[in-house]
Design a protein around this ligand. Sequence first.
Ligand code: NAP
Length: 239
Amino acid sequence: MPTLLITGASRGLGLEMTRQYAAEGWRVFACARTPDQAVELQAVAAASNARVTVHALDVADHGRIDALAAELQGQPIDVLINSAGLMGRESFAEKGMAIQRFGQTDYDDWMRTLRVNLFGPMKMAEAFVENVAASEQKKLVTLTSIVGSIGQNTFGGLYAYRSSKAAANSIMKSMALDLKRRGIIALPMHPGWVRTDIGGPRAELDAPAAVAGLRKVIGGLMPADAGRFLQWDGRELPW
Ligand SMILES: NC(=O)c1ccc[n+]([C@@H]2O[C@H](COP(=O)([O-])OP(=O)(O)OC[C@H]3O[C@@H](n4cnc5c(N)ncnc54)[C@H](OP(=O)(O)O)[C@@H]3O)[C@@H](O)[C@H]2O)c1
């Protein structure tokens, strides 16, 4: 049975990923910062015949990541998806590009964003690399964003979020090169603009459609795809 480990499974894309992979028969280790509050995720797990288990994991807590890696030692993980992420203190869904403007920088909030969006995926990869290397599919995906593309930045602003995602793109490219010799396919992916708490109600896609697209692309990944920047429908994005 193929196995998924996913962060940020309490809501949004992480929850929908959990739902769809579980429905397809995968074993899912679904990580949530506060499992007690993740009511929808708990319902998915309860209906899964024990194929979905819920694990407490704040990706900013490296001690907890190490503890989970110790618990799962020897467990092959076919696909590791870093979905946990945040925009920062203010809501893009409510205020759009009015947040994180030049001259308004909240450096503590920026650091918190980097801890989750950048150091989180790095630490997860370092902690679970042996599990991924021991699996059949060997795929390591971080949901970054088109907002992290320097080539596609035509609006400016969003300093904290953009820089966290641009840097996450950069580490995924390095991982692709460093882990290729172990057969691991590492890459950053843009999920599309999706109607979740981060994306807001005006976004183009709903979570089921975005996740169906992402899963199709992830399912078809080949070694040559390592280090590409792909979006939910398989199109390649500029760095
Ligand atoms: N939706 C979009 O349009 C869009 C576009 C581009 C990229 N993305 C990226 O896609 C990923 C998923 O986003 P989404 O749309 O599903 O957003 P979402 O609905 O707001 O969900 C964010 C998830 O991240 C979790 N999270 C936040 N901080 C965490 C931490 N410290 N430790 C563990 N989990 C944490 C949240 O958990 P809690 O419930 O505990 O807060 C929640 O499960 C993010 O990386 C986002 O940047 C989304």
